[in-house]
Design a protein around this ligand. Sequence first.
Ligand code: ADP
Ligand code: MG
Length: 233
Amino acid sequence: MKELVRLDNLWKVYPIGVDGVIALADINMSIHQGEYVAIMGPSGSGKSTMLNILGCLDRPTSGQYWLGGENAAVMSDSELSEVRNLRIGFVFQSFNLIPQLSLVENIEVPLFYQGVPRHHRHPRSRKLAQMVGLGDRLSHKPTELSGGQRQRVAVARALANDPLILLADEPTGNLDSRTSAEIMVLFDQLNRRGRTIILVTHEEDVAAHAHRVIRLRDGRIASDEFTDGRALA
Ligand SMILES: Nc1ncnc2c1ncn2[C@@H]1O[C@H](COP(=O)(O)OP(=O)(O)O)[C@@H](O)[C@H]1O
Ligand SMILES: [Mg+2]
């Protein structure tokens, strides 16, 4: 399978204090199309920093980030936001839906920013709502939905632009264990249909859904293993 993501000698240092805070230290890794990866590690180990860089929300301090053959590490802010809009789907722990908008309008937000006309947006967002099991809730506002339903809307929104990679930072962090399991079944289905997924979690039972687990410690990769025992290529 094609290599989608490659980090070469990647560092992230936040300019705090005299020495700065080293969040990621000399990371090297690659992720191929169709992979299902969990990033784990204790609080402060650099998980969110890594996901934010992968999602083009932030830039490394040094090193390269190759995404689909382009080096995102050297892109301008506007180039990064274009890559983000076109190629990245992001799911957050806190859903980040817009309260004033209906379910179907929330799903359409990325398409709106891409300038996709209304008559193309609507059928696509309805289809995505159906895919996440909310085809009968199209005009509901986020406050009229359960936590699990809100996260389903967020997943549908993340897929609206048919992204190269789907990123999720603690997507089950605000959900009870039963609802978490339902969301993970949805991720499993998406990965079976070919979607490349990278998620951050500190829960082993969530990570067990992924096919590969990367563990960070103090900004470095402590281990990187396929869950079925295969060796990394
Ligand atoms: N915006 C920021 N400014 C300064 N330091 C930060 C910032 N974000 C994260 N850090 C620091 O970088 C390290 C890694 O943080 P983070 O990536 O959030 O870890 P995790 O998601 O694994 O908890 C921590 O020491 C944290 O305090
Ligand atoms: Mg975090």
